[in-house]
Design a protein around this ligand. Structure first.
Ligand code: PHE
Length: 331
């Protein structure tokens, strides 16, 4: 009967028995379903009345099952929260942070990309042609020394600068070329506070029909002022590189607290030496980079140096030691 069914539902205290009860009463073989099947044998004049009674019973029982289900759910919810102080502040989640070099690299790439430079790259294991010969670096140049450069038995080497990417880019495409190539470079330096055997450079190359020294100065001055602030003073100091003529080293003026301002070198640069175009043409077997038709500028800067300047980092080794006490300051 309905009263029995409602009492049964009332006594239930878990979801499982509730579902069993629902099936037992309303399911295909359920008691109420069976009663409804008996309608067949009911006398015609009683059918309407009994049918109504059965429908009402189904509705009442369904409502009772739903109510029980809701009650069980709130009970379960309350239990899950028992002993938990909802007013406590949340636990902080530990999160990582970007490495200072990554931050600087992203920034540098962002500034230069906005000026129209596209990303390029080349292998870290290079041959002498791309690292030295094509860059107009003579056989007896000190940079080619076994004391300064890591050579493999094969005669290949770990690139000593990213300038090799200049050559690979010009071999692979025609002018105009406007690329930057961030990447590792390797030198057999004595390791100390300012030298590691691997460091991070960012190479730039712009070659077109009419690229001038003014373009070079404007580009790098703008870059460094974006990097270090619009007031940053930038100085171009004449220098020598085998692959640029004229060549310069670029300094920025640093104003450290409690110290006299001083100039710090951040990059090398210059106008691409026509000899470099000639060796590229020789390898390409065309005159795409005819020194009569194109000029260009190139620059290479140390990203480690930029990071050290930005944050006043005194020892370059901090950049590779992965000491979290150091790294978490950049979060
Ligand atoms: N390759 C030079 C270095 O490693 C930097 C440089 C790049 C200079 C491009 C001029 C032009 O010191």
């Amino acid at each position: 009967t309905q009263t029995e069914a409602l009492a049964q539902i009332e006594a239930i205290s878990d979801f499982r028995s509730l579902e069993d009860a629902r099936v037992g009463i309303l399911g295909k073989q359920g008691s109420l379903t069976k009663l409804s099947a008996g309608m067949r044998d009911v006398a015609k004049e009683d059918k309407a009345e009994i049918g109504q009674l059965l429908n009402a019973a189904r509705q009442t029982i369904t409502a009772s099952l739903d109510a029980k289900k809701e009650a069980l759910q709130s009970e379960a919810d309350a239990k899950a929260l028992e002993g938990i102080d909802l007013t406590l502040p949340g636990r902080s989640v530990h999160h990582g942070s970007l490495h200072p070099l990554t931050i600087i690299r992203h920034e540098a790439i962002g500034i230069l990309r906005r000026m129209g430079f596209a990303l390029a790259d080349g292998p870290e294991i290079e041959d002498e042609f791309h690292c030295f010969d094509a860059l107009n670096t003579p056989e007896d140049h000190p940079a080619r020394n076994e004391k300064d450069t890591f050579y493999f038995d094969s005669g290949k080497l770990l690139r000593t600068h990213t300038s090799s990417v200049q050559i690979r880019t010009m071999e692979g495409g025609k002018p105009p070329v406007r690329i930057i190539a961030p990447g590792s470079a390797y030198r057999r330096d004595e390791i100390d506070a300012t030298h590691l055997s691997v460091f991070n450079q960012l190479e730039g190359l712009y070659v077109d029909a009419d690229v001038s020294l003014g373009d070079l100065k404007g580009t790098l001055e703008y870059f460094l002022q974006e990097m270090f602030g619009s007031e940053t003073e930038v100085r171009f100091r004449p220098h020598f590189f085998p692959f640029t003529e004229p060549s310069f080293e670029i300094d920025v003026k640093l104003h450290a607290k409690g110290q006299a301002p001083k100039w710090i070198e951040v990059a090398g640069c210059g106008m691409v030496d026509p000899d470099v175009f000639d060796s590229v043409n020789g390898n390409r077997k065309d005159e795409a980079y005819s020194p009569a038709g194109v000029t260009g500028f190139a620059f290479g800067m140390g990203l480690d140096r930029l990071a050290m300047i930005r944050w006043g980092i005194k020892d370059i080794r901090l950049l590779i030691e992965n000491d979290t006490r150091f790294l978490k300051q950049f979060a």
